[in-house]
Design a protein around this ligand. Structure first.
Ligand code: PAF
Length: 279
């Protein structure tokens, strides 16, 4: 596996490969887990050259503590990437990616007004900027993103359409621990006790799913999840929403198979967790 820290050196290397080979990009912020490794494996199957970027993007954090606490484990990440056949890791510095504070802002319209957009103002601007930069630097044929960040997937789809990037977006299913907890780099910041309790999020999604499958309305399912989380004082619920899985706009009824998403965000101690189920 080759490692590049500068945009120029990566571009130069990829220019030679691109002539005859397809490129798959897996953008990450590091602290890699099996969810990321699954994305790399998927990219391995679908592209000739697999590039993983590792960059904790300051522009997408709207909370300074969250940015400071974000785990940084570059050496361990590189060792993991070797085990799944990643070809190239791109790990630029903040100065390399942002020699000056970005003056451009992106607005993803209605996606900014719901769930992550509403609770993390400016977050999707930061995600959009860095992913656009990565697309321009790597020029991948395909880019791989996890379903755990379902609204982010919709944002990237919008970015690709709006800016005509010749990139195919691949959404990969959420990878879960044996007890249902969605894998996330932030799980590392949970205390052992919080880690045990964190399964509540998946239990809440399962409850909503079962109620909807039983014929209850989204409003009834959301109210039941609200009660379920309130009974667990370690948690502070930010939102529970039933939405269209592609547009992420709230749905007041269950949609066609594969089209309904149940999305949740809650704080547990100092950690903010999100998860979703699409059914
Ligand atoms: O999902 C993430 O890890 C980040 O939001 C991404 C897509 C790598 C952009 O920084």
């Amino acid at each position: 596996m080759l490692r590049f820290d500068t945009i120029a050196s990566l571009r130069q290397h990829l220019a030679g490969l691109r002539v005859s080979q397809s490129i798959g990009l897996v953008p990450t912020m590091g602290a890699l887990h099996d969810g990321h490794l699954t994305l790399i494996q998927q990219a391995r199957q679908q592209a000739d050259v697999v590039v993983c970027s590792i960059f904790v993007n300051p522009v997408q954090f709207n909370n300074a503590d969250d940015l400071a606490r974000y785990p940084r484990t570059l050496d361990a990440d590189c060792a993991l990437l070797e085990t799944v056949g990643c070809d190239i890791v791109f790990a630029p510095s903040v100065d390399e990616m942002y020699p000056a504070a970005p003056s451009l802002t992106l607005n993803f319209g209605a996606l900014e007004t719901v769930m992550e957009g509403a609770f993390r103002p400016g977050h999707f601007n930061g995600v959009g900027l860095v992913v656009a930069k990565l697309f321009n630097i790597v020029q991948p044929d395909k880019a791989f993103f996890g379903q755990k960040d379902l609204q982010q997937v919709a944002v990237i789809r919008s970015l690709i359409r709006n800016l005509s990037f010749p990139v195919e977006l691949v959404r990969s299913p959420t990878v879960r621990e044996a007890d249902g907890l969605a894998m996330s780099s932030r799980n590392r910041n949970l205390t052992p006790d919080e880690r045990d309790q964190a399964t509540t999020l998946f239990a809440a999604l399962t409850l909503a799913h079962d109620l909807l499958a039983d014929g209850q309305t989204p409003a009834q399912a959301k109210a039941a999840v609200g009660d379920f989380i309130s009974a667990r004082p370690a948690f502070r619920l930010e939102y529970i929403e039933i939405a269209n899985a592609d547009t992420l706009m709230p749905a007041d009824e269950v949609l066609a198979p594969g089209q309904t998403a149940i999305c949740i965000a809650a704080h547990l101690g100092k950690v903010r967790l999100i998860d979703n189920l699409v059914f």
